[in-house]
Structure formats: C-alpha cells, structure tokens
Design a protein around this ligand. Structure first.
Ligand code: BG6
Ligand code: MG
Length: 218
C-alpha cells in the first residue's frame, strides 16, 4: 500500500503564532482606527499577509495608496517578527512533537503547507525543521488558501497522491484548501468553526498514536 503523506499547517497547528499575528494586526488596526476583534481574526487565519491587509482596509473602508499599503505590510511584519523574536521549543503546541517523532520513526513523508513567508524562521526557532522532508510556504505559492495549490505542491514534492495525504489545519480557509485538493482534512481547534473538516480534534493531545495509525492505515 502507498504510504500516507502528512502535511502540517504551521501557524495555530504546530505553534500558537496565531496570537502574535493577531497582536500585530490589532496594533495596526488601532493605529488606523479600525475595530478588530478575535472573531474578525478568524478570517485572517490561513490567509496571506497581503490578503489580510486588504480585508482589514475593507473593514475600515480605507482606500490606501500603493505606498501606504506596502508600508503597512512592512510595519505589520516588523511587529510580528518582534513578537516571535524570542520564540523557542517551549512554544511548540502540546502533543505535536510526539506525533512528529512517531511519523519520522515510521518513515512517513512529512511536509509543511503554510501561507507564511516566515515559516522556515519559525521552524528553526522551535527546532523542528529537521522533521520536514519538504517546506511549501508563502514564498512558493501564488494562490492563497482556500485554493489547493499549497497542498497539491506539497503532495507532488512528497511524491504522494493527493488522496493519500492528510492535512492538519486550524483555519477555515485551510480546511477548504485541503478538501479542494481531495485530501483528508483534520481540523485542529473548535469543531464548530472547522465544521467542514473530515475529522476534528481540539488539539494534538487528543490525537493518540492509535488515531494516527488508523489514519495512516498501519
Ligand atoms: C498563515 C497565518 O499561516 O500565514 C495567517 O494563518 C498569516 O494569519 C499568513 O497572515 C501569512 O503569514 P506571514 O508570516 O507571511 O505574514
Ligand atoms: Mg494556521
């Protein structure tokens, strides 16, 4: 039987960087006089930096010049990089490492499928880079989730058919992208928000190795 390929989103799945993205967007929103809540932030999860700023400006009904737009993109990322500056292994979400170790020991192909352009930096900071056979991130893709491009590129790179891939995602757009790619989608977080996922878990501590074996058919 063909091996199952495992594709992990990064922000909100491996590390809780979703909170740092929120803090950086909130800072910019305050500066621009736009109300921005945690609920609004759900729409930003899994979405590229550029698209996030477009949504924020739409929310505030602000028409920006190209120069302002570029400047705010840089500002948001500088704030974000400041927040993640001191990240280390302690910020890996509970249960993640156990699963990565198991998959690695059993030689399963593992990829990262993230919209972030900061993905590699973060994996280096939390010392997980060596677990991944392949990184597909915001620097490689041209179409944002829910387009399946990021996951299809990961499957191709791993040399695994899309129908044999499993995607772990915390974002609505990411679950849709996995479904659009014809893969098994596993929602990590609130099952009410991620209702279109094939399977749902609150976090990785809920996924014991028996579940992984069942998903991977071993
Ligand atoms: C995704 C996050 O992983 O990456 C989004 O869920 C974020 O919230 C996107 O906007 C882009 O990240 P970055 O690091 O390139 O600004
Ligand atoms: Mg995410």
């Amino acid at each position: 039987m063909n091996k199952t390929g495992f594709i992990f989103d990064l922000d909100g799945v491996i590390v809780d960087t979703a909170k740092y993205h929120f803090m950086a967007w909130k800072k910019l929103a305050n500066q621009l006089g736009i109300a921005f809540s945690e609920t609004d932030n759900e729409r930003f999860k899994g979405v590229s930096r550029k698209r996030c700023l477009e949504i924020l400006l739409e929310m505030g009904n602000i028409k920006a010049t190209q120069e302002e737009f570029d400047c705010w993109m840089i500002e948001k990322n500088e704030d974000y990089l400041n927040y993640i500056g001191t990240m280390n292994e302690n910020e890996i979400l509970p249960g993640v490492t156990v699963i990565l170790v198991f998959l690695k020991e059993h030689n399963f192909p593992i990829a990262l499928g993230s919209a972030s352009k900061n993905a590699q930096t973060i994996l280096e900071k939390v010392k997980l880079l060596s677990y991944f056979d392949l990184i597909v991130d915001g620097n490689n893709v041209s179409k944002a989730k829910p387009d399946p491009e990021v996951f299809l590129m990961a499957a191709k790179g791993l040399d695994v058919a899309p129908e044999n891939c499993v995607v772990f995602e915390d974002a609505i757009a990411g679950i849709e992208a996995a479904n659009n790619a014809g893969m098994m989608s596993v929602g990590i977080g609130d099952a009410n928000i991620l209702s279109s996922a094939h399977r749902n878990f609150k976090n990785f501590t809920e996924i014991d190795l028996e579940v992984i074996k069942e998903i991977a058919s071993i």
